[in-house]
Design a protein. Structure first.
Lengths: 302, 402
């Protein structure tokens, strides 16, 4: 029985970690390329979840197959989140590329407020129930008490997405351009990389990942409101910093460390301090490794 | 300007925004009753406004690109100049002083209370300005210090019946100590790492206050905190409101005086050197550890003062008043007003607290407008309302009296 509890916590930690990872990747990729904390990233995730909810709400009225609805909804969420991400960059960040970092941060905070209230006003401030679209997987029955269908789906999707992303960044032309840009923007421009395109693509990928995370976790938890983006965004940002911001494997590692710590913390210590565990582990790790777990140590030129 | 190319651009922008806002603005699903509401009017509204705004946007960006720094006709520039001319300083100050002194006797209690809040933000802004504007340390957990001040008074009053005047220095002291405690572990961190860790400290403080019921009475907070009195006189609510207003005024004056002195002191110059370049300042013999810790704890002192005042003003506090947003609002006050500039921060705080009050009739859209204003401000006037001019020293020739 005790072992079951342990495994339950482990699974829930891994699930949390996966979702954090999907969001944190957006943070870390954007940070790597434009050196900006995209504070509105959580809002993009929220908009993804809302789009999926709206689309599936409309489609289910026509009595479609739930699995189809789910697929269409998640596609719509990805498209819309990506569109919002790119627009966000064009409006709020592109004009500030040469401005001090703090200006861009405040602009991002402003955008975050704007998007939250935009959804609040256009939709509602209440929690909306997220439709249950996916059937229970039969083959999970024997281990049902440890891992639910949704959790399984989250883990599988995240793994697949991570593998694809790794291949994309490592081997594709665009991926190489992205890495070059994050190393040295001016130099990348000199060798013929279109920086604006690279930045747009980064926002598209980051936002799409956040949308996937948003839809998956919403269908796992079962309800959403306009505020879900903020706390998820902060946690994911903590995860990205934990792993060393700007580093992609770092974000994934940081997310899992964070997810598992939170899960075991709430399970074995106290559920009151659920949110505090994330922050405590962040502080502890940064005290000993100021640039995160896998972050590069930046030596400063004088 | 209204040639075909521009029209086409705006048309495409308008189409893009119609596509973008379609699901969220147009469709409203009720998943419980399974009904869908289609709001096509919103779509038309988005289309038309995006079409017009895209013209304005491109015109503004164009102007910014052309104008560069030589823009001398803007209101902001005039304000910056005005703030520096000595000619109007004395009469201006006297005028403002008189207005401020008689205002509460004519204005309603509500107005006085709102003004007191505005003054509290002035002090908070000036305090954070020490950390962010002078020291260049991006601090996102300022609300924690504010909370420490408020809880110091509330708890000491609850348990020992301590008066406001005793709590005031104590709140500041505890706040400064917390500033030191937070300062130590983050000494090695820079920039964004520092920002997130201070945010983490702020949130931990709030979570502890929320969950440690035996100590802080949890989310239900502490009520019946005494308003400040003087010489044992019992004041009714209207008098007390005015009295608190004057305490706030006195504190603002004291803060401005002290911050002004600090800025030109040895420590102030060390902060500015540290902000510009940590390594270079270290090479010039500045003790970074000491300087940073001083910035954190001196910044915290003001938050502690305001916290005590806040508890005394509202007579009720709970952890919900000290969220990340509170820290962010204070940061916005500093940045919008003009980092490092004292008149800037004062104006920023007043604008930030009074404007929402004026917009109360459209209060639903308040935060929406607020958010977009931040973005526009940062793009078109990144230095804040009243920009700080960099300090420059001139060598004076002998006998060249100035």
């Amino acid at each position: 029985m005790k072992l079951d509890f342990f495994f339950q916590l482990l699974m829930s930690g891994l699930t949390r970690g996966s979702i954090y990872a999907l969001i944190a990747l957006g943070y870390t990729m954007v940070y790597g390329i434009v050196k900006l904390i995209n504070f509105a990233h959580g809002e993009i995730y929220m908009i993804g979840a809302f789009t999926a909810l709206i689309v599936s709400g409309v489609l289910s009225m026509y009595g479609m197959n739930p699995v189809f609805i789910f697929l269409i909804a998640i596609t719509a969420a990805i498209i819309y989140s990506a569109a919002y991400g790119v627009t966000l960059e064009k409006i709020a960040y592109a004009p500030l590329r040469k401005a001090p970092r703090l200006s861009a941060l405040i602009s991002a905070i402003g955008m975050s407020m704007f998007l939250q209230n935009y959804v609040l006003l256009a939709q509602t401030s209440d929690f909306l129930p997220f439709p249950e679209l996916l059937p229970e997987f039969g083959f999970l029955d024997p281990v049902k008490f440890i891992i639910s269908t949704n959790q399984f789906l989250i883990l599988v999707t995240t793994t697949v997405v991570m593998v694809l992303l790794t291949f994309f960044i490592k081997f594709s032309r665009t991926g190489k351009a992205m890495r070059a840009t994050s190393q040295d923007r001016d130099m990348a421009q000199l060798v013929g990389i279109n920086i604006n395109k690279v930045i747009s693509i980064t926002f598209v990928i980051g936002s799409a990942l956040a949308a996937i995370g948003g839809v998956l976790i919403s269908s796992h938890i079962g309800q959403i409101n306009f505020y879900i983006g903020f706390i998820a965004g902060i946690k994911a940002f903590v995860a990205a910093v934990l792993g060393g911001i700007g580093s992609i494997p770092g974000a994934v590692l940081g997310s899992f460390v964070l997810g598992i710590t939170e899960s075991f913390g709430t399970g074995y210590i106290s559920s009151d301090y659920e949110d505090a565990f994330a922050f405590v582990i962040l502080i502890v790790i940064l005290i000993f490794k100021p640039s995160g777990l896998l972050g590069r140590k930046v030596s400063e030129k004088v | 300007m209204f040639n075909l190319k521009e029209l086409r651009k705006s048309f495409l922008t308008s189409l893009w925004f119609m596509f973008l806002t379609f699901p969220i603005m147009v469709i409203k699903v009720n998943t419980i009753t399974d009904t869908v509401e289609w709001r096509w009017r919103n779509l038309a509204f988005v289309g038309v406004s995006a079409f017009i705004l895209s013209f304005v946007w491109r015109w503004a960006l164009d102007r910014r690109a052309k104008g560069g720094k030589a823009k001398k006709d803007g209101i902001g520039f005039k304000a910056t100049v005005l703030a520096k001319t000595n000619q109007y300083k004395l009469p201006g100050l006297i005028g403002i002083g008189l207005l401020v002194a008689i205002l509460p006797f004519f204005a309603s209690m509500y107005t006085t209370s709102v003004l007191t809040t505005a003054l509290m933000y002035v002090i908070l802004g000036l305090g954070l300005n020490v950390v962010v504007g002078l020291g260049g340390l991006l601090h996102l957990g300022y609300a924690a210090f504010y909370a420490v001040g408020a809880y110091t008074y509330a708890l000491l009053h609850y348990h020992f019946g301590i008066s406001f005047w005793v709590a005031l220095p104590l709140g500041a002291l505890f706040s400064a100590v917390l500033g030191l405690l937070i300062g130590f572990p983050v000494l090695r961190l820079r920039g964004d790492y520092l920002a997130i860790v201070t945010l983490a400290f702020g949130e931990i403080t709030r979570l502890v206050l929320e969950n440690w019921n035996d100590f802080s009475f949890g989310p239900s907070g502490i009520a019946n905190i005494a308003r400040p009195g003087i010489a044992g006189i019992k004041m009714k609510l209207p008098q007390a409101t005015i009295f608190i207003y004057f305490i706030a005024i006195a504190m603002v004056i004291l803060t401005i005086f002290l911050v002004n002195r600090l800025e030109n002191s040895r420590v102030g110059r060390a902060w500015e050197a540290m902000r510009e370049d940590e390594i270079a300042s270290q090479a010039m013999g500045i003790d970074l550890t000491k300087t940073k810790l001083l910035a954190f704890s001196i910044g915290a002192v003001w938050a502690g003062f305001v916290g005590v005042l806040f508890a005394a003003k509202t007579t009720f506090i709970n952890p919900a008043s000290f969220t990340v947003w509170e820290s962010i609002v204070v940061l916005c006050v500093v940045v919008i007003g003009g980092m490092g500039s004292i008149p800037g921060v004062v104006v920023g705080a007043l604008v930030f607290t009074l404007l929402p009050e004026l917009l109360r009739s459209v209060s639903e859209y308040r935060m929406l407008v607020f958010g977009i204003t931040l973005v526009i401000m940062m793009i078109f006037r990144p230095g804040g309302l009243i920009q700080k001019t960099r300090k420059s020293y001139k060598f004076k020739k002998e006998g060249d009296g100035e």
